[in-house]
Design a protein around this ligand. Structure first.
Ligand code: 5AD
Length: 500
């Protein structure tokens, strides 16, 4: 099927479109890594049809908002951003405005009624149909909402790395949807039930990225560690929470040996089983870091959240993972002010943050979401109390994070360089780049201006800790080699990797 070529070419041929092809689009992304990933796939689908992106809506024929609805604030922001386009649409009625992603899935047709200048609403599973649907809009079709889950014929859009734009760290989807029923969470509604991508497709996607120059892969899934694929061995442990995720990690490590680092997000604590911890100890390619969302440290609240673990169970699972590597760190997500959360419940959360020793966290004030079981509960923690709890939570994690960063000063770290830092010191023949350690700390490093270090693993001495990052220097011995190499080699060629 070539929807664009048939439909659009016909309209172009008859001169019925109010613009000159190719279609120029403006795309704005809100929300999580899954949305960033979906936006990348959307761009690939549009580029495959010869469409081009523009930096602002002003010169675009097509504006797409890829949206998030996990918290009310994100949804409000989207509504206000789309609202701002009303004058542009009034001036150029042929402009096609699209809302994609989770708000689209959640609201469907309703959104077309609520936002008058909106033309198209498209859910996360309908991305491949985007060019066809936009083409119809450009040809004057009525406003449309398309929000069907691909339950019968599930598909995952394969990545197609664009020349010159390969990220050092590439995102690869392993599953979509969520079968948990956490009472606060809209995701099962906006992303549908769990569907798993076949392991061979995942491996092929990773191989494509690595071939194109990526060094790290971040596996994505709403509950990434619930992964299943019939071609992998059965876990056979009798533990109902055991998944085949560890086997997936092992297959990737074995079949893509040149991959420098492998991360995943976000696991559900339920599947953080002993075999996952053992896999962390076994596989050198796995990052020494896990983001394990806990949400609350109070058993009473965990139960009301339908998280399906107790505080004690979480601590046991977290400790097991942390013990897999001597330098392993952990971050988490926490919701404050869930309905019925008392001061004591919140104190339990603070004590859990200390007990586990998280080095970073994302904290959120509870916000009621449509279609969620918790929406029926009174949102009874006052806004000021939520704000105060969040501030106290942040104070605790800031201190733990700072202590952790400080403990790294004076150590040597292997840093995977991701790209340029904002501040450069060109006048001294140096520029600043930034990368990440095997855990996840951001490190800023000064390197000779002519050295091409993006995508390389560098051994770096940590000389200072900032509030949320580290300052590093290339080890002196390597710097000398660097200088010699840059003098003798063409500056365009990547310099050798100095780490083992
Ligand atoms: N209110 C506040 N935070 C929420 N999250 C999910 N749903 C809500 C909600 N209704 C947070 C959780 C989750 C993260 C992605 O967003 O902490 O892990």
């Amino acid at each position: 099927m070539t929807p664009r070529l048939d439909g659009l070419a016909a309209l172009e041929g008859r001169g019925e479109l109010g613009y000159s092809p190719p279609v120029r689009y403006y795309l704005e992304t809100f929300g999580c890594q899954m949305n960033v990933h979906d936006s990348d796939r959307m761009e690939e689908v549009l580029h495959a049809h010869g469409w081009q992106n523009t930096p602002t809506p002003d010169e675009a024929e097509l504006v797409i908002f890829n949206t998030c609805s996990v918290r009310e604030k994100a949804e409000q922001k989207l509504r206000s951003e789309v609202g701002k386009l009303a004058p542009l649409k009034a001036a150029r009625p042929a402009l096609v405005i699209v809302v994609a992603g989770c708000v689209a899935q959640q609201e469907g047709e309703r959104l077309l009624k609520q936002i008058r200048h909106l033309d198209l609403v498209i859910g996360p599973d309908n991305i491949p149909e985007l060019p066809k649907l936009v083409t119809s809009q450009l040809g004057g079709s009525p406003k449309t909402a398309r929000t069907e889950f691909d339950l019968v014929e599930t598909h995952f859009l394969a990545s197609s790395p664009q020349g010159g734009k390969t990220p050092v760290s590439a995102m690869v989807t392993t599953m979509k949807g969520c079968d948990e029923r956490c009472s606060f969470c809209v995701v099962p509604y906006t992303r549908g039930p769990e569907r798993y991508r076949p392991v061979d497709e995942i491996i092929a996607d990773i191989a494509r990225w690595v071939e194109a120059g990526s060094r790290e892969v971040l596996l994505l899934g709403q509950t990434v560690d619930s992964y299943r694929d019939s071609s992998l061995p059965s876990p056979n442990t009798g533990d109902p929470d055991e998944s085949q995720f560890p086997f997936l990690l092992k297959r990737i490590a074995k079949e893509i040996p040149t991959l420098a680092r492998l991360r995943y997000t976000s696991p559900h604590p339920r599947h953080a089983t002993p075999s996952l911890a053992r896999t962390h100890a076994e596989l050198d390619v796995l990052a020494h870091h896990v983001h394990l969302p806990v949400q609350s440290g109070s058993d009473r609240i965990l139960k009301r959240m339908i998280r399906r673990y107790t505080r004690e169970e979480f601590v046991e699972r977290a400790r097991r993972l942390l013990a897999a590597r001597p330098d392993m760190t952990m971050s988490t997500d926490i919701i404050v002010g869930f309905p019925g959360e008392t001061d004591d419940d919140f104190e339990a959360t603070l004590s859990l943050v200390r007990e586990v020793g998280f080095t970073a966290l994302f904290g959120f004030k509870y916000s009621p979401r449509p279609h969620t079981p918790a929406k029926k509960l009174a949102d009874d923690v006052p806004e000021v109390v939520k704000a105060e709890r969040l501030a106290r939570l942040f104070a605790v994690i800031e201190e733990q994070g700072a202590t952790h960063l400080q403990s790294l000063v004076g150590t040597s770290q292997e840093v995977l360089v991701e790209g340029a830092s904002k501040m450069s010191r060109a006048e001294m023949g140096l520029r600043r780049v930034q990368g990440r350690t095997v855990r996840n700390e951001i490190v800023h490093i000064e390197v000779p201006r002519e050295a091409h270090v993006e995508g390389q693993l560098l051994n770096v001495d940590v000389v200072r800790a900032n509030k949320h990052s580290l300052e590093g220097q290339i080890e002196r011995e390597n710097l000398a080699r660097f200088r010699r190499a840059s003098q003798s080699e063409s500056p365009r060629r990547a310099l050798p990797i100095f780490a083992s």
